[in-house]
Design a protein around this ligand. Structure first.
Ligand code: UDP
Ligand code: MG
Length: 330
């Protein structure tokens, strides 16, 4: 085992995956041992009720120095479980994958090798994806949306078989938001991002742990993690309605002049124009509030404003080290 190669932490969230754990452990451990560098495997039990936690605890006892089990007291969701393991991880490179063996653990080596090439985040694109058709269509739309909004040209945000450099993970951990979507969050702090093609398998045992409702919730986490554009959109809608109603009012005035008072039907249409104008103004007001809420949203998240890569040169000598690497809002 070489000591200079960066060490690797593999993180796997587990929620009612009893039937998968034995095979998962075997395949993941052999993939990790094949890396030729130090590693740890962190298994997080996300409040399983099927005895998975006992199996994980047993795995940790069976493989001391290699496996650690972190058992949460209840279900907090996949992304929270992963963040919990990130906080405990020791490795220089962190890899996540699913417990259901849809992501082949054998790909860990390639992910790590790609990080070694100098990337901060390595995602993966599921080739020949084995999921329900509606899931594929749904993710297609979501991925397109994320690409448009973030400008980061990745293809598959849903696939959790990913590798991160430690400093990106530390930046994610210092974010204070409670609802998050790890792959999108990671891109905020990564300089070089890439993705590799990986295989995708049928879920080995059990069923998907995402109900429709949970899935919709997750998409909202993704959306709000990424952008406040929907709040801002209210202003645009309002401005649009107001502008149209002003145009409509102008048109009414002209027609009234041309066709005389009989045509105007006692001002019914004028009333419409006035009402629409005020509806538009209300939307603009909502949008203004949205701007403030968006900023509150950003402030409570306390995301790091920046990460310093390095500082070159020295000026007024050394002062006491700053308490934090990140700037805080006043
Ligand atoms: N998972 C979790 N907590 C949850 C839901 C899922 O830890 O609340 C884990 C689950 O055990 C699996 C991974 O997250 O390891 C992905 O879940 P799943 O395979 O059910 O999602 P799908 O493949 O259907 O998107
Ligand atoms: Mg799955």
């Amino acid at each position: 085992m070489s000591h200079d190669a960066p060490s690797v932490t593999v993180v796997i969230p587990v929620y009612n995956e009893r039937g998968n754990i034995a095979a998962l452990l075997e395949r993941t451990l052999s993939a990790c041992r094949g890396l030729g560098r130090s590693f740890e495997l962190l298994l997080v039990d996300d409040g399983s009720r099927d005895g998975s936690s006992e199996l994980l605890a047993q795995a940790a006892r069976d493989h001391p120095g290699e496996v650690k089990a972190i058992i949460l007291n209840r279900n907090y969701g996949q992304h929270n479980a992963i963040l919990c393991a990130f906080a405990a991880a020791q490795g220089d490179i962190l890899v996540t994958l699913d417990a259901d063996l849809q992501n082949p653990p054998e790909e860990i080596g390639r992910l790590v090798a790609t990080i070694d090439e100098g990337f901060d985040v390595v995602g993966s694109v599921r080739q020949d994806r084995h999921d329900a058709i509606f899931r594929k269509v749904f993710s297609g739309i979501i991925n397109l949306m994320v690409r448009r909004t973030t400008g980061v040209k990745l293809h598959d945000y849903g696939c959790m078989l990913r590798a991160y450099r430690r400093r990106v993970v530390e930046a994610m951990l210092s974010c204070r938001e409670r609802h998050t979507f790890i792959p999108v969050l990671a891109n905020l702090f990564a300089k070089r991002v890439t993705e590799i093609n990986v295989g995708h398998a049928e879920r080995q045992e059990g069923t998907s742990k995402y109900s429709i409702l949970k899935l919709v919730n997750l998409q909202f986490d993704l959306l709000t993690c990424m952008t406040t554009a929907p709040l801002r959109m209210l202003s645009w809608v309002g401005a649009g309605i107001s502008a149209l109603s002003i145009g409509f009012g102008g048109l009414l005035l002209i027609l009234r002049v041309i066709y005389g008072p009989e045509w105007a039907e006692q001002g019914v249409f004028t009333l419409f124009a006035v009402v629409f104008f005020f509806i538009g103004v209300q939307f603009i007001a909502l949008g203004m509030m949205g701007e403030y809420i968006g900023r509150i949203h950003a402030d409570v998240r306390e995301r790091p404003r920046y990460i310093v890569d390095r500082i070159v040169g020295e000026t007024l000598g050394e002062r006491a080290a700053p308490q934090e690497i990140r700037g805080r809002s006043a």
